[in-house]
Design a protein around this ligand. Structure first.
Ligand SMILES: [Zn+2]
Length: 139
Protein backbone atom coordinates (compact mmCIF):
# COMPACT_ATOMS: atom_id res chain seq x y z
CA UNK A 1 0.00 0.00 0.00
CA UNK A 2 1.42 3.34 -0.92
CA UNK A 3 0.59 6.61 0.65
CA UNK A 4 0.92 9.96 -0.91
CA UNK A 5 1.60 12.90 1.26
CA UNK A 6 0.79 16.26 -0.04
CA UNK A 7 1.87 19.58 1.31
CA UNK A 8 -1.13 21.43 2.65
CA UNK A 9 -2.48 23.80 0.08
CA UNK A 10 -2.54 27.36 1.38
CA UNK A 11 -6.11 28.44 1.96
CA UNK A 12 -7.32 31.02 -0.49
CA UNK A 13 -8.31 34.44 0.76
CA UNK A 14 -11.99 35.07 1.46
CA UNK A 15 -13.59 36.47 -1.70
CA UNK A 16 -16.02 39.37 -1.85
CA UNK A 17 -19.54 38.77 -3.08
CA UNK A 18 -19.67 40.74 -6.32
CA UNK A 19 -23.17 42.09 -6.83
CA UNK A 20 -24.71 44.40 -9.41
CA UNK A 21 -24.06 47.22 -6.94
CA UNK A 22 -20.37 46.47 -6.37
CA UNK A 23 -19.47 45.21 -9.87
CA UNK A 24 -18.18 48.61 -11.14
CA UNK A 25 -15.73 48.79 -8.21
CA UNK A 26 -14.26 45.31 -8.83
CA UNK A 27 -14.20 45.64 -12.62
CA UNK A 28 -12.37 48.97 -12.39
CA UNK A 29 -9.74 47.47 -10.08
CA UNK A 30 -9.21 44.62 -12.55
CA UNK A 31 -8.54 47.34 -15.15
CA UNK A 32 -6.08 49.15 -12.87
CA UNK A 33 -8.39 51.91 -11.60
CA UNK A 34 -9.96 52.66 -8.22
CA UNK A 35 -13.50 54.01 -8.32
CA UNK A 36 -15.77 55.47 -5.66
CA UNK A 37 -19.32 56.75 -5.60
CA UNK A 38 -20.44 60.38 -5.46
CA UNK A 39 -23.84 61.99 -5.00
CA UNK A 40 -25.19 65.17 -6.58
CA UNK A 41 -24.91 66.75 -3.10
CA UNK A 42 -21.13 66.34 -3.37
CA UNK A 43 -20.53 63.59 -0.81
CA UNK A 44 -18.20 60.78 -1.95
CA UNK A 45 -17.86 57.37 -0.30
CA UNK A 46 -16.85 53.73 -0.31
CA UNK A 47 -18.00 50.96 -0.17
CA UNK A 48 -20.82 51.04 -2.70
CA UNK A 49 -24.33 51.93 -1.56
CA UNK A 50 -27.62 52.43 -3.40
CA UNK A 51 -28.34 55.75 -1.69
CA UNK A 52 -26.24 58.67 -0.52
CA UNK A 53 -25.53 58.26 3.23
CA UNK A 54 -25.96 62.03 3.68
CA UNK A 55 -29.11 63.03 1.72
CA UNK A 56 -30.48 59.55 0.79
CA UNK A 57 -30.64 60.47 -2.90
CA UNK A 58 -30.34 57.56 -5.30
CA UNK A 59 -28.67 59.79 -7.92
CA UNK A 60 -25.31 58.18 -7.37
CA UNK A 61 -22.49 58.01 -9.91
CA UNK A 62 -19.09 56.33 -10.11
CA UNK A 63 -15.90 58.39 -10.38
CA UNK A 64 -12.26 57.46 -10.83
CA UNK A 65 -10.01 58.14 -7.86
CA UNK A 66 -6.60 59.71 -8.40
CA UNK A 67 -5.19 56.93 -6.22
CA UNK A 68 -3.58 59.30 -3.74
CA UNK A 69 -4.54 59.91 -0.15
CA UNK A 70 -3.31 59.60 3.42
CA UNK A 71 -2.96 56.89 6.02
CA UNK A 72 -5.53 57.41 8.77
CA UNK A 73 -4.93 54.39 11.01
CA UNK A 74 -3.67 50.80 11.01
CA UNK A 75 -3.16 47.70 13.12
CA UNK A 76 -0.57 44.94 12.71
CA UNK A 77 -1.85 41.37 13.13
CA UNK A 78 0.57 38.88 14.68
CA UNK A 79 -2.07 36.15 14.88
CA UNK A 80 -4.09 34.77 11.98
CA UNK A 81 -7.82 34.37 12.58
CA UNK A 82 -8.15 32.62 9.22
CA UNK A 83 -5.86 29.95 7.73
CA UNK A 84 -5.72 32.07 4.57
CA UNK A 85 -3.61 34.65 6.40
CA UNK A 86 -1.22 32.36 8.33
CA UNK A 87 1.58 32.70 5.79
CA UNK A 88 1.14 36.48 5.66
CA UNK A 89 1.91 37.15 9.34
CA UNK A 90 2.56 39.77 10.45
CA UNK A 91 0.23 41.76 8.21
CA UNK A 92 -1.54 45.07 8.61
CA UNK A 93 -5.07 46.30 8.12
CA UNK A 94 -5.24 50.01 7.45
CA UNK A 95 -7.71 52.83 6.89
CA UNK A 96 -6.79 55.11 4.00
CA UNK A 97 -8.57 58.35 3.15
CA UNK A 98 -8.53 59.18 -0.54
CA UNK A 99 -7.87 62.78 -1.58
CA UNK A 100 -11.47 62.79 -2.89
CA UNK A 101 -12.78 61.98 0.61
CA UNK A 102 -13.84 58.32 0.76
CA UNK A 103 -12.12 56.07 3.30
CA UNK A 104 -11.44 52.41 2.71
CA UNK A 105 -10.14 49.49 4.69
CA UNK A 106 -7.05 48.14 2.99
CA UNK A 107 -3.52 46.88 3.52
CA UNK A 108 -0.32 48.93 3.38
CA UNK A 109 2.54 47.40 1.42
CA UNK A 110 6.07 47.63 2.78
CA UNK A 111 7.50 47.72 6.28
CA UNK A 112 5.05 48.28 9.13
CA UNK A 113 7.69 50.29 11.01
CA UNK A 114 7.57 53.03 8.36
CA UNK A 115 3.82 53.67 8.75
CA UNK A 116 2.78 57.00 10.24
CA UNK A 117 -0.50 58.83 10.73
CA UNK A 118 -1.32 61.22 7.88
CA UNK A 119 1.52 59.81 5.75
CA UNK A 120 0.80 60.33 2.03
CA UNK A 121 -0.05 57.10 0.21
CA UNK A 122 -0.62 55.96 -3.35
CA UNK A 123 -2.70 53.16 -4.79
CA UNK A 124 -0.86 49.88 -5.46
CA UNK A 125 -3.29 47.37 -6.97
CA UNK A 126 -2.31 43.77 -6.22
CA UNK A 127 -3.80 40.66 -7.78
CA UNK A 128 -4.29 37.92 -5.18
CA UNK A 129 -5.89 34.59 -6.16
CA UNK A 130 -7.05 36.23 -9.38
CA UNK A 131 -8.72 39.12 -7.57
CA UNK A 132 -7.47 42.72 -8.00
CA UNK A 133 -7.30 44.41 -4.59
CA UNK A 134 -6.87 48.09 -3.74
CA UNK A 135 -3.78 48.21 -1.57
CA UNK A 136 -1.57 51.20 -0.83
CA UNK A 137 2.07 52.10 -0.41
CA UNK A 138 3.71 55.13 1.20
CA UNK A 139 4.08 57.82 -1.46
ZN1 LIG B 1 -26.23 63.17 -1.27
Amino acid sequence: MSTTTQAPTPASIPKPEVTELTRPYWEALAQGRLMFQRCDCGLAWLPARRECPQCLSDKVRWENATGTGKLVSWVVYHMAYSDAFKDKLPYNVAVVELDEGPRLITNMLGAHEALACDAPVRLAIEVVDGLALARFALA
